[in-house]
Write a protein that binds this ligand. Structure first.
Ligand code: ADE
Length: 223
């Protein structure tokens, strides 16, 4: 999978790219993350990319031209979906992440300031995604969330894919509570069933716990 990230702050991604699962996936050539600073496409003498919004509204808007030119260059290398992160997008969920795992290359556009010029959205964007009903200062964190969520679904990225298959949302609801050693901590004991060695009953317990948790915390997920 290749992620092409367009951002005004490419340095923002360095910690993500050099840590844990993502770092290993890059080392193992399962993942590539290419960063483009679209400021370099600005035709402005000072590489300025933002301007005042028409209509006299407050805030700044990123101009269409640098983003459009950067996208055209990336799309010349091959077609790919172009995702723009915005609170106005559709809400990200596990199913959307799963669907995107089928692409070999995805272009991720991070805005900043107020918004990007609507015309570049109309012309170039194939999907708009929000990571929640709140406003962040840019699309960088949403892009990280998106890349992390997809990466762990790619074959070979997690050492134990079963682990991803039992996560919350993998079958629509929340996951089950997990325990590790010691079997008693601060007087609290690991449920006996998990020490029973009976894999069939353990699986059933995990499924029931997931359903219980979903019912109490996220009844909206129950179909
Ligand atoms: N940019 C700013 N806030 C955002 C959000 N909640 N989701 C996606 N992109 C954003």
């Amino acid at each position: 999978m290749i992620f092409e990230v367009l951002s005004l702050f490419p340095d923002f991604f360095s910690g993500f790219l050099t840590s844990s699962i993502i770092f290993r996936a890059i080392e193992n050539e399962l993942l590539q993350v290419k960063l483009t600073d679209y400021r370099t496409y600005s035709k402005n003498r000072h590489h300025q990319v933002d301007d005042y919004p028409y209509g006299g509204f407050p805030g700044m808007v990123i101009q269409a031209q640098p983003i459009y030119d950067a996208l055209q260059e990336l799309l010349l290398e091959g077609n790919a979906p172009v995702i723009y992160f915005t609170p106005q997008g559709r809400s990200l969920n596990q199913q959307i992440l799963q669907n995107y795992t089928s692409y070999e290359r995805i272009i991720l556009l991070c805005g900043h300031y107020k918004e990007i010029d609507q015309r570049v959205r109309d012309l170039c964007i194939s999907d708009e995604i929000s990571i929640g009903d709140y406003v962040l200062s840019g699309g960088e964190i949403p892009a990280l969330v998106f890349m992390d969520g997809i990466s762990r679904l790619l074959p070979g990225v997690l050492s134990d894919i079963e682990s991803a298959n039992s996560d919350s949302f993998s079958s629509g609801g929340l996951g089950f509570p997990c325990y590790t050693r010691p079997d008693i901590f601060m007087g609290l004991k690991v449920p006996d069933i998990l020490l029973s060695g009976n894999h069939k009953l353990i699986k059933q317990w995990a499924s029931e716990q997931g359903i219980l948790l979903t019912r109490t915390r996220r009844p909206d997920l129950i179909k």
